[in-house]
Design a protein around this ligand. Sequence first.
Ligand code: THU
Length: 130
Amino acid sequence: MSLVDDAARVRLNAHAPYSNFKVGAAIRSVEGNLHLGCNVENVAYPEGTCAEAGAIAAMIATGDRRIAEVAVIADSPSPVPPCGGCRQKLAEFADGDVPVTLATTGGATLRTTVAELLPGAFDAGHMERS
Ligand code: THU
């Protein structure tokens, strides 16, 4: 099964009664494990969390620390891109060349990378003082 298939499977568990837009995310870690997340909305709308954030939280809770590959899927007319906040979250745990597959439930896919999604990322190097 591909990482997109894994993301599609967890997408079905999303709690998205407000947007009716279910998203699934799957991460394969450098350590070799699969971590899944889906969006979890809340009646207090800003308290909802994205699928990518859920998959990252699952990875960290398991003890893995680095992302090797990501897949995100939604029932969208075109492959759904991670929101700005999730791009920054992915960059925290992934090198720039890490592949990210964006997919639709209809079968369209777009391959990109963490660096393409977040060019000019703020990172720890920017906090170094001379
Ligand atoms: N959403 C994600 O989970 N990931 C994305 O990449 C884009 C947006 C969720 C947040 C919210 O629950 C719903 O999709 C509509 O914005």
